[in-house]
Design a protein. Structure first.
Length: 89
């Protein structure tokens, strides 16, 4: 019954509620404190929208052409968000 009201998922209700609480806390902290230094992408409802906005915001602030920009990632050995002390520039 609950699955009809939630985004499509393979999780059972207990795991879905836990995931939902973590997502909610990320959004709440983002609003009440600041944009986090570390983003839990799978905790965003539509992560592609955040990544698109990130690229657009960066291009505007740096004066870069949006159509010439590419997003890339660097994999690190960090496993705990508390290890990250500042946002990347």
């Amino acid at each position: 019954m609950w699955a009809k009201l939630a985004p499509q998922t393979q999780k059972n209700l207990v795991n879905w509620v836990g995931h939902f609480k973590r997502r909610f806390m990320q959004y709440k902290d983002w609003i009440e404190i600041e944009e986090p230094k570390v983003i839990w992408l799978s905790g965003l409802h539509i992560p592609e929208s955040y990544l698109t906005a990130l690229i657009q915001t960066t291009c505007r602030s740096k004066g870069w052409a949006l159509d010439k920009s590419t997003m890339y990632t660097n994999v690190t050995n960090h496993v705990d968000a508390k290890e990250i002390t500042k946002k990347l520039d």
